[in-house]
Design a protein around this ligand. Structure first.
Ligand SMILES: [Zn+2]
Length: 424
């Protein structure tokens, strides 16, 4: 059995203990408070160690990592998709090996921010699955199903998604959902078909809904439905669903978002940078909606950046919002949304554990140190296995990672031939 001891051990976002150890194999077996130790270790003199449960990004597109910064170029969602996303996705679709190396690189950044589980929606996801297994973290994968786009047809994407369900059925790290992308990219019948197949296959759904107001006007103009009628038609509440955004969906909160099957995934930076709108987060939580956090596409694939950004975004000028709320959305919210347990550091849960270090002079409170970005991840464990230590992924050697970076850069140079980096 392994043992990890810290100056602070966070049981859940609202409960932590001083000087405690956690004992684990693949699951958490014991938690003990211990006497304070005066370790001669130099690091212990200057840093506090905080032990927490791992975090989750419940809505991510690893494949868009190379164009992540373009979301801050002042374009709205549709403009950004047209100018940046489609050309890149067309290139990525044709280069499955690029999907693999890109997944390794973007996962390294996610894990560096304490993420031990993530939900990803894109294409070539078999490669994302293989990279996820290589890194050793937990992935919840779906194909972005659409009528055309990067596919010849809706059926092509669907076939790829159903293949993925079978491919990873026995995996200890990968879950698969079906991913009807958004009502604007496939017909209501196709969307309903995906939901029916998900139910038959015993898997969940991952989708985007009500990200921008145009999502609602499109449904009305094209199909004569409001959002409530659409959700009823496709029978979305009958399966476990990750719903990214939901910003403009407050009219259906009562009978949809409070459904026990639905998690709204909130990516705060993506929403602001693309001008989508501002989710009424505190309101929907108070009304019973279950919420998780996601990086989606943002200038860094760092879930802590989303936590601290959300803390400022949702301040309403009345009284401070507690950082614990955002740690809860990133740990408990994400893990529960992905069906991976409580997201708390308690006996019986999978040993998905993160060890953080924070300089003593910057420290005020274990949770705010993390949410405000003062703490750094020093180790991460998934199912009790060490996956990150010494600022690197442990399941890839230094040479392997160097080769991956080189291959990744060669692809980028091929895509953006005139980029200054490629002429150096
Ligand atoms: Zn998205």
């Amino acid at each position: 059995m392994r043992e990890l001891c810290g100056d602070f051990l966070v049981i859940n976002p609202y409960t932590w203990v001083r000087n405690a150890c956690v004992y684990f194999d693949s699951k958490i077996r014991e938690v003990h408070v211990v006497e304070s130790t005066n370790s001669p270790d130099k690091l212990r003199r200057h840093y506090y160690t905080i032990i927490t449960h791992g975090l989750a990004s419940a809505h991510t597109h690893l494949g868009l990592y190379p164009i992540r910064s373009s979301v801050s170029n002042g374009l709205d969602l549709d403009g950004w998709v047209r100018i940046y996303a489609w050309p890149w996705e067309k290139y990525l679709r044709e280069n499955w090996r690029l999907t693999y190396v890109n997944a390794l690189i973007s996962l390294e950044e996610l894990v560096k921010s304490g993420v031990t589980a993530f939900a990803d929606m894109h294409f070539n996801e078999e490669q994302v699955g293989l990279a996820t297994e290589k890194v050793g973290v937990k992935g919840d994968l779906s194909i972005a199903l659409m009528d055309g786009g990067v596919y010849e047809s809706f059926e092509e994407g669907l076939k790829e998604n159903l293949y993925l369900v079978n491919k990873f059925r026995e995996s200890k790290l990968i879950n698969v959902r079906l991913g009807p992308c958004t009502p604007r990219l496939l017909t209501p019948k196709q969307f309903r078909n995906a939901v029916e197949l998900a139910r038959e296959s015993g898997v969940g759904i991952h989708t985007h809904l009500a990200e921008v107001p145009h999502d609602l006007t499109y449904l009305k103009k094209k199909w004569g439905m409001n959002l409530k009628e659409f959700i009823k038609f496709v029978r979305l509440t009958e399966v476990n669903s990750l719903v990214a955004h939901g910003i403009w969906a407050t009219s259906v909160i009562d009978d949809f978002f409070t459904s026990r099957n639905v998690y709204v995934v909130h990516p705060p930076r993506s929403n602001v940078l693309l001008g989508d709108g501002r989710l009424p987060l505190l309101k929907i939580i108070s009304e019973g909606t279950k919420v998780a956090l996601g990086v989606d596409v943002a200038p860094t694939y760092n879930i802590i950046d989303d936590m601290s950004f959300a803390l400022a975004l949702h301040y309403q000028g009345l009284r401070p919002i507690s950082p614990e709320l955002f740690f809860s959305l990133g740990s408990e919210g994400g893990y529960r949304a992905l069906g991976l347990g409580s997201g708390d550091l308690v006996i019986g849960e999978a040993a998905d554990i993160v060890v953080w270090r924070v300089r003593k002079e910057a420290f005020t409170h274990p949770i705010s140190s993390i949410v405000l970005g003062d703490a750094r991840v020093s180790e991460a464990y998934v199912n009790g296995e060490l996956v990150f230590s010494g600022n690197t992924l442990t399941n890839l050697s230094e040479n392997e990672m160097e080769d991956v970076r080189e291959e990744f850069n060669e692809y980028l140079c091929d895509f953006i031939k005139s980029h200054p980096y490629c002429q150096a």
